[in-house]
Each structure stands twice: as structure tokens, then as C-alpha cells.
Design a protein around this ligand. Structure first.
Ligand code: ADP
Ligand code: MG
Length: 694
């Protein structure tokens, strides 16, 4: 392990970053590449060849023998195929080679990735294209080149391409808006700091649970005598083994240039969190994928298994991934930072209004972007934000918004704006102490924190939705304001009008409160409780139009993504149901029978020596009844699973309405049996053992 003083040298030591580029590339090549990175200009072939060669030499010096185009197919889980640098000579020897062509474009056989019907198998070969805005790095003897993934017909097949497009879209529109405020800027970037929650359990326990192995979550398990009610885990002292894991994880991530920053225990026993310092959305997305991979890998070295599932254990908190999001200019100005002067305040209020309008108009898309079977256990379950999308802006901003809304009584709208700017805005404290933890989309001083994403999610999807929706509102604002004769008056009128129209999305109250769903319904907000409820919204006309307009997705691409979401949901539940049946038949019921047999034997033996055994007799009778009940529930589940429809149209709804209740029914009885059967008979580690390991 490295000492603290070495961290700056360690950081990014396996990354082909700007410092390495500057060191290893001729000046003109470095300049050309930097232009490509900053402005998205095309890289010409001659430049690419020089870059590839330098990259290869550097990678070899870091122990690499192979390279891979690292891409994020629609499963969200990164994919990689490794090719060595070797190239044969005539004399039977080899040299190490890597061309610009190989750097820029790859052709993986991609027929086995989900495409949602986008690609027939005869045209299965997609291609990958280097994303020079995300640095290449060396890991385990391979040079990793972050890439986008498309089909030959031009359809996008990954999560990176639409994310980059959405970043371009918001950049273009935000620059237009800034021009109206007299600011010239070439590029505006969205930034994200994703806070990652996870569970660490003993690998030995993991290996003994089929449900964890096949589904990532426990499908059975009675609550232990102690849950999280004492709130003694949150920010508690780290177990030494966990601290050692976290220290090594930090080191590994730093080497790869990931800005790992904050680590602590979370609410549930065995639950922890790691947050990085924010970066641009596409780098944050790549790094979050690396972070999840490294968590799993480093955990194993410490005898742990890292669970990233949204709900590994019933009855204790699940895991999310808070997506802290903001927008900044290439000059480093955070556009969601409340200003100190009236002029700056107006600009801030305009961007704030764009976000408010975007979240209101595209609440369905935000909800869809966090929909999967795992996250359905969290959202609306009083531990995570509700399934209703709303925004929290804090008391100070809410007062301003109300003042703006009521500005209608003022004859001089412009004057109202100015006075609001001077008197109220500078008073917004950056760290509002009573941050509303129950809100799905909270303003936290100079950024928004979207708390609905689940811990397993690739954050690309959420950020594609956010970037594009806000881009659309900025486009509308820019159109209107560019055409205005009196900019100041038009701006004030616009902000007031839009605040009025979209104020319903702002809710500063308790999102867990029993009255909120009714209130939300009165406001006309959506309450999409489950994934099957959310899926149809994906391809609604207004949403397709949004993405088409900004060149992010075509209709066909969106339809394919909707298909994949539906398919994934049905498949996940199918696997969960089959795993449950397997555990019931092969483990739980045999264990109950064996224990009954032991009790029955005891009764018989005691009887043979003339001793009564009322306790054992009562127990064996109760057990026999319970097992019979369990068999019935098992039969119901089996029947429901075998009757499941195939199509992606009907399957999600069916699994939700029919299979989930049947699973819950079987689990309830099995969990009761767990409390009746002797510990040494129970076939796998219980919640108490897993969650309170020593
Ligand atoms: P907490 O929410 O736990 O109080 P912070 O507010 O300090 O923590 O930050 C949470 C996350 O938000 C961190 O990952 C941080 O880097 C990120 N963050 C801070 N500023 C921005 C920004 N301008 N854009 C995106 N993310 C940001
Ligand atoms: Mg937070």
C-alpha cells in the first residue's frame, strides 16, 4: 500500500491524460488532439496514427500487451474485447503495433448484445468509435479506450453516444442563452457527481445463497431482532476490515484517475457509500462504471462480496445513486450558482426556470430513466424518494419564486425583477441545513440532486433525459428572447409566466407523507408506481419529438430502448421466480422435512421409554401444517410463472400483477418457517448472520 505522500503521483498513474499527452506527443499533434477533446473537432488520420503510436508506447511502459475498445451497450454494463498489439515479422518474430485506425474504430461482433430489434443478425457487426473526451487508461495489462458503439446502419446501440449528443444539445442552447447576457462561450458542460451506495457482506455468506448469486438480492429472510431502527450505523465508525477495503478501493480508483473523495457507513447495517468529486457527465458515467467494477473486485480480495442491487434485503434500506447535476461554462462559471449581483441573479433565475420547466414537462422521462425491477422496491417505500417526481428548492428560493409569481400586480415587471435580485437572492445560504431528504429532485445550493436512480444504474440514461429536457427549455427561451425588442422586460415576463405554469412541480413538504400522493394527484403530477406503469411513457409522442429535435435519438432508437427495458424487467422477475422455486424445492422444504423428522423421531423415542413429548409433538404438527401451506404457495407461484406471456407488451404487466404477489405469498410462509426451524437445519445464512457479521 502506498503512503499518503504518494497520492499525487499515484493519481492518474494509469491514465493517458493531458499531462502524459503533452509529455509524449509532438506539439502540433498535442494541439490538434486538445482541440478535438475541447471542441469535438474531427481528428485526421495522420494525427491519429501519431497519437496511437504514443499511446501504445506509454501503455507498454505500464505493462500492457493488449488494447480494448471499452463500450457501454444497452445492458449498461461495459463490454470489452481484448486484442494484443503483436504483429508478425517475416522472420518469425513479432513487433508491437497499434495504428490510428485501430485507435479510432473497432468492429466487435456484437450480435449478442440486446438491440431491442434494431439490428438483424445478418448485420450484427456494429462498430465502436473512440471518445477522445474520456481518457484511455491501462488496467490489468490492457489499454482501455473509451468508445461509442453504433450499428452499420447508423443506429446507436449504446449509452455513451446519446449521452454525448445530449451534452452537445444542452451546450448549444445554453451558449445561445448566455449570448443574450453578453457572454461568448464555446462550450457549456453538464457536470455530475454520483454518490454510490453499496452493501458489503462476507463472501462466505454470499456463496451459500443461491438468490444472491442469481438475482443479486435475497428472496427469503426473516427480519433479525435488530434492524436499522437504532440509526447506529449511519456515519458510524468503520469496521477495520471495511476500512482496509475502502483504502484499497481508493488507491485503485485514484490510479485510474477516478476522483474518489468521500466514504462512510450508510443507514442500513453493512451499507456504505462512496462519492467522487464531480466531473463532466460522460466522464462521471465512465468513472461510475469503473467504480462499481472496482468495488466488486477489491471486495473479493478482502473476503467480502459487494452487493450493488437496489434492495438486497427486505426491511432495511436499499441502495441508490444520487445524481448531483449542474451546468458550467468553459470559463468555469456554474450556471446554477445563485449570483451576487442583480444581473447575475436574472441569469441564474432563467436557468433555474429552465430546470423547473424541464422537470415538470418531462417528469415521465426522469421516472422512466430510473425504472427497473430492483428500484421498484425502493421508490415509494419510505426510504427513498417517492415514485412521484417533484422538486425541492428550499425556503429562500421558494419565497423568491412566489414573489415572482405574484409579480403580476406590479405594473413594471422589470422593476420587480430587479428588486428581487437585489434584496433576496444573495441571502441564499449554500448549505441549507434542513435539506429535504425526502425530495426526489432537490436544489442543494448550486446543483440539483436527483435521488431516484438506483445503485445498479448506468447514470447515462438519467443524464441523457436531464440534459435534453433542459436543452429544449433553453431552446424555447432563446428563441423567444432573441426575438424580443426589450430584453429585460421579455426576460422578466418569461420567468414569471413559466414559474406560474410549472410551479406545481415544486414541493417542499414531506415526500414520505401519507397526504402527498393525493396532493400530487390534485396538482396533476404523475405517480408511476412501478416499471410497467412507467414504460409506456418512454415512447410518448412529446418525448420522441424532444429527442428527435435535438438529434439525440430517433423514434426507432427509442422504441428499441423501450423494448429492452420491458424485456429486462420481465426477465429479471422470471429469474427471481425460478430461483425462488429452486430454493423452495431443493433447500427450504427438504430442511423443514428433515427437522420435522428429527422432532418426530424424538417423539417416538420418548414415547418408547414412556415419556410424553408434548412440545415436540406440537412443533412437529405446526411445522407439518406450515410446510403444507408453503407447498400450496409454491404451486401457485409455479403455475403463475409457467402461464407467463412472452411478448414485451404483456409480460411486464403480468409479472408485476401476477408473479410478484405469488412470490410475496411464498416468501411470507417460508420466512415464518425460518423462525420455527432449528438454526443448524436452515439451509443458508440468515439475515441476522449476514448483516451482523463480525
Ligand atoms: P452531500 O450531498 O453529501 O452533502 P456535497 O453536496 O458536498 O455532499 O456533494 C455531493 C456530490 O455532489 C459530490 O459528488 C460533489 O462532487 C457533487 N457536486 C458538487 N458540486 C457539483 C456541481 N457543480 N456539479 C455536479 N456535481 C457537484
Ligand atoms: Mg447527497
Amino acid at each position: 500500500m502506498t503512503t499518503n505522500s504518494k497520492v499525487p503521483e499515484l493519481f492518474g498513474s494509469m491514465v493517458f491524460n493531458e499531462a502524459v499527452m503533452q509529455d509524449r506527443l509532438p506539439k502540433d499533434i498535442f494541439r490538434a488532439l486538445k482541440k478535438t477533446i475541447k471542441e469535438g473537432t474531427k481528428l485526421d488520420a495522420a494525427v491519429a496514427n501519431v497519437v496511437a503510436s504514443a499511446m501504445k508506447d506509454w501503455a507498454i511502459s505500464k505493462g500492457a500487451t493488449h488494447y480494448t475498445h471499452w463500450f457501454q451497450p444497452m445492458t449498461g454494463v461495459p463490454a470489452e474485447k481484448h486484442d494484443s498489439f503483436i504483429s508478425p515479422n517475416d522472420d518469425g518474430t513479432v513487433i508491437m503495433e497499434f495504428s490510428g485506425k485501430e485507435l479510432i474504430k473497432g468492429e466487435p461482433d456484437a450480435s449478442s448484445f440486446p438491440s431491442g430489434g434494431l439490428r438483424a443478425t445478418f448485420e450484427a457487426r456494429g462498430y465502436t468509435a473512440w471518445d477522445p473526451t474520456s481518457y484511455a487508461f491501462v488496467k490489468d495489462g490492457t489499454l482501455y479506450i473509451p468508445t461509442a458503439f453504433c450499428s452499420y446502419t447508423g443506429d446507436i446501440l449504446d449509452k455513451k453516444t446519446p449521452l454525448l449528443r445530449s451534452m452537445d444539445a444542452i451546450s448549444k442552447q445554453a451558449c445561445r442563452v448566455l449570448r443574450l447576457f453578453g457572454k461568448e462561450c464555446k462550450r457549456v458542460s453538464t457536470t455530475v457527481g454520483p454518490e454510490q451506495e453499496y452493501f458489503l457482506i462476507n463472501e462466505e455468506d454470499y456463496k451459500q445463497r443461491e438468490d444472491l448469486i442469481f438475482t443479486g438480492r435475497t428472496l427469503f429472510g426473516a427480519m433479525p431482532p435488530k434492524g436499522q431502527e437504532m440509526d447506529d450505523h449511519y456515519f458510524g465508525a468503520l469496521r477495520p476490515r471495511v476500512a482496509a477495503f475502502m483504502a484499497e478501493l481508493d488507491q485503485e480508483l485514484w490510479k485510474l484517475g477516478v476522483l474518489a473523495k468521500t466514504k462512510h457507513n450508510e443507514v442500513a447495517p453493512c451499507q456504505h457509500e462512496l462519492a467522487p468529486i464531480f466531473s463532466t457527465t460522460n466522464i462521471a458515467t465512465d468513472h461510475n462504471q469503473l467504480m462499481m467494477e472496482m468495488m466488486k473486485r477489491v471486495a473479493k480480495k478482502h473476503g467480502f462480496y459487494c452487493l450493488l442491487h437496489e434492495k438486497p434485503f427486505e426491511g432495511v434500506n436499499g441502495s441508490g445513486k444520487h445524481n448531483n447535476w449542474s451546468i458550467s461554462t468553459d470559463a468555469g462559471e456554474n450556471l446554477l450558482e445563485p449570483g451576487r449581483t442583480p444581473a447575475a441573479n436574472r441569469q441564474f433565475l432563467l436557468f433555474l426556470t429552465a430546470v423547473i420547466k424541464a422537470v415538470d414537462e418531462y417528469q415521465d422521462l426522469l421516472r422512466v430513466s430510473v425504472a427497473n425491477a430492483g428500484n421498484d422496491h425502493r421508490l415509494g417505500a419510505n426510504e427513498a424518494p417517492p415514485a412521484i417526481v417533484s422538486m425541492f428548492v428550499g425556503d429562500e428560493l421558494e419565497a423568491i419564486i412566489e414573489a415572482i409569481e405574484k409579480g403580476e400586480t406590479h405594473t413594471d415587471v422589470d422593476k420587480t425583477m430587479m428588486s428581487i435580485g437585489v434584496s433576496v437572492l444573495p441571502a441564499i445560504p449554500k448549505d441549507t441545513t434542513d435539506r429535504n431528504r425526502t425530495s426526489p429532485f432537490a436544489f442543494t445550493g448550486n446543483k440539483f440532486e436527483f435521488r431516484m436512480p438506483g445503485s445498479t444504474f448506468n447514470i447515462a440514461c438519467t443524464n441523457i433525459m436531464l440534459n435534453t429536457a433542459v436543452a429544449e427549455e433553453l431552446r424555447q427561451f432563446a428563441d423567444e428572447l432573441e426575438a424580443a425588442k426589450d430584453f429585460d422586460a421579455a426576460l422578466a415576463a418569461l420567468i414569471q409566466r413559466e414559474i406560474k405554469a410549472h410551479k406545481r412541480i415544486i414541493f417542499n413538504g414531506n415526500g414520505y407523507g401519507a397526504d402527498w400522493p393525493a396532493e400530487a394527484e390534485r396538482r396533476g403530477l404523475l405517480n408511476l408506481k412501478s416499471t410497467p406503469d412507467a414504460i409506456p411513457y418512454y415512447t410518448m409522442d412529446k418525448n420522441v419529438k424532444l429527442f428527435q429535435r435535438h438529434g439525440v435519438y430517433t423514434r426507432v432508437e427509442m422504441e428499441s430502448r423501450g423494448e429492452i427495458l420491458a424485456e429486462e424487467y420481465a426477465k429479471t422477475l422470471h429469474i427471481e421466480a425460478l430461483t425462488m422455486l429452486d430454493m423452495l424445492k431443493k433447500q427450504i422444504i427438504p430442511a423443514c422435512v428433515a427437522y420435522s423428522r428429527e422432532l418426530a423421531d424424538t417423539v417416538a423415542v420418548k414415547k418408547s421409554i414412556g415419556v410424553d413429548a408434548p412440545a415436540e409433538l406440537a412443533l412437529v404438527k405446526a411445522l407439518t401444517e406450515k410446510v403444507a401451506a408453503l407447498l400450496e404457495r409454491q404451486a401457485v407461484l409455479e403455475e403463475k410463472v409457467s402461464a407467463a406471456p412472452q411478448g414485451t407488451k404483456e409480460a411486464p404487466r403480468y409479472y408485476h400483477d401476477e408473479v410478484i404477489p405469488a412470490m410475496a405469498g411464498a416468501r411470507a410462509v417460508a420466512d415464518e418457517l425460518e423462525m420455527m426451524v432449528g438454526e443448524k437445519h436452515w439451509p443458508f445464512p440468515t439475515y441476522a448472520k449476514i448483516l451482523y457479521y463480525v
